[in-house]
Design a protein around this ligand. Structure first.
Ligand code: 6PG
Length: 472
């Protein structure tokens, strides 16, 4: 058999699907898995009759690849990646290229790019979004590393990626760990939107007393709008309509209210703090998962921390309440994207990634979990002004805020009076009000810092640094 176009290590569902995706686009491959029985199972099953060969060990794997070798690693982030790199490196030759397609921490990728490039190998850290279906049918891909390394995989990944009207959902992101950084922020935005939609569901259920199928109808209508049409809204409707095969009840109501996480949401928030980017909506989503995980404490607290709900919904018509809720959801989603994009902009300058913001919006328009119609508006905003400090001041987004801020405020108030936590919605409200307030009360914070710690302050009427002896 002739040498394969590329190799893949790690036959989980993502790995299998990527190989099948590439094969359907004309690229042959050789696959390797730590346990050979998994490889055999794949070769005898989904890979039958396809341009896919197996390898019994890494030596066999490397020998079956055309040069320069292009090797995808679809394995668990962290030490397994380092282990595979050290096992395979002695078998590689100059110019060969390793591609980490998992959710690696971007600093790990920075380190690996430096180490591998110094040995004259290429190394790409590539975020891949879209889950198992995306991997098979076309994901969004975020590759970072040297431009030369990217060029070695460009023909392959541009065929494998999802295609939208203005091209494939893959582009060269930038140097070092930039691809994994962008994927991390993608996931932070994903956390935000998932939580916002969960808060909307909770309000529709507990405040507006709707059943899951009625709530699904609301999500269905939202998915027909420019502002909310998105993959996550679409699958939320599906989740809400799915019945439990055991009980025939709504499956969503049978699921334990504890959300897990694998790290990328946390890394987004940590990066936000490190880089001085304000990401409160994304943080609220992360913290909501943390709160959800302390189920037994919440159960205990419910029995003695009491609150008498005040229901304000009857002050408004049903149509008005529905429209206020949509306002809240739209603005919270906009806040998630704008906070993520702002974080990317800061990282680009701090780490010299030279991110091209319109292209990032473009490759998120298809294939990935946060794909949404709104990304066209985001792309337009960055095309109009690549240095825009925050999407909120783009004219289209500013109009959305001006139109929808009253509805967001009413939704937040009604939730607060009813005692229903909506952390993404309320933090979005604070975020927008903070952003549009020219004088915040941090003058007093500065006074206190100077009072107890002589930290000094600036004045509004003259240049310089000042200190006052506040206490006698
Ligand atoms: C994607 C997803 C995916 C991510 C999961 C898990 O873009 O396909 O972002 O890569 O790993 O959604 O994330 P959590 O388990 O942390 O929610």
């Amino acid at each position: 058999m002739s040498k394969a176009h590329f190799g893949l290590i790690g036959l989980g569902v993502m790995g299998e699907n990527l190989v099948l995706n590439a094969e359907s686009n004309g690229f042959s491959s050789v696959v390797y898995n730590r346990t050979f029985s998994r490889t055999e199972e794949f070769l005898k099953g989904r890979a039958v009759g396809k341009q896919i060969q197996g390898a019994i060990d890494l030596k066999d794997f490397v020998s079956k690849l055309e040069r320069p070798r292009r090797i995808f690693m679809m394995i668990k982030a962290g030490s397994p990646i380092d282990a595979v790199i050290s096992q395979i490196s002695p078998l590689l030759e100059e110019g060969d290229l390793l591609i980490d397609g998992g959710n690696s921490e971007f600093r790990d990728t920075e380190r690996r790019v430096k180490e591998l490039e110094s040995k004259k190998f290429g190394y790409i850290g590539m975020g891949i979004s879209g889950g198992a279906k995306g991997a098979l049918e076309g994901p969004s891909m975020m590759p970072g590393g040297t431009k030369a390394s990217y060029e070695a995989i460009e023909s392959l990944v541009s065929k494998m990626a999802a295609q939208v009207e203005d091209g494939p959902c893959v582009t060269y992101i930038g140097q070092g760990g930039s691809g994994h950084f962008v994927k991390t922020v993608h996931n932070g935005i994903e956390y935000g939107i998932e939580q916002i939609l969960a808060e909307a569901y909770d309000l529709l259920k507990r405040l507006y007393k709707k059943t899951p199928s009625e709530i699904a109808d609301v999500f269905g209508t939202w998915n027909d709008t420019e502002e909310l049409s998105s993959y996550l809204v679409e699958i939320t409707e599906v989740c809400l309509r799915t019945k439990d095969p055991n009980t025939q009840d709504d499956l969503v109501e049978m699921i334990m209210d504890k959300a897990g996480q694998k790290g990328t949401g946390l890394w987004t928030v940590v990066s936000g703090l490190e880089l001085g980017a304000s990401v409160p909506t994304i943080y609220a989503a992360l913290n909501a998962r943390v709160m959800s995980s302390i189920k037994s404490e919440r159960l205990h607290a419910e029995s003695f921390i009491k609150f008498d709900p005040i229901i304000l919904t009857d002050q408004y018509s049903n149509e008005d309440c529905a429209s206020f809720l949509m306002d809240a959801v739209v603005l919270a989603c906009i806040a998630s994207y704008s906070q993520g994009m702002e974080l990317l902009r800061r990282a680009s300058s701090e780490y010299n990634y030279q991110l091209h913001m319109p292209s990032i919006a473009q490759i998120w328009k298809g294939g990935c979990i946060i794909r949404a119609k709104l990304l066209q508006r985001i792309q337009n905003a960055f095309n109009a002004d690549p240095d825009i400090p925050n999407l909120l001041i783009d004219p289209w987004f500013a109009n959305q805020i001006n139109d929808r801020l009253p509805g967001l405020s009413k939704t937040a108030s009604m939730a607060a009076m009813a005692g229903i936590p909506v952390p993404c919605i309320t933090s979005t409200l604070d975020y927008i009000h903070s952003y549009r307030t020219s004088r915040l009360p941090q003058n007093l914070v500065q006074a206190m810092r100077d009072c107890f710690g002589s930290h000094t302050y600036q004045r509004i009427d003259k240049e310089g640094s000042f200190h006052t002896e506040w206490l006698d």
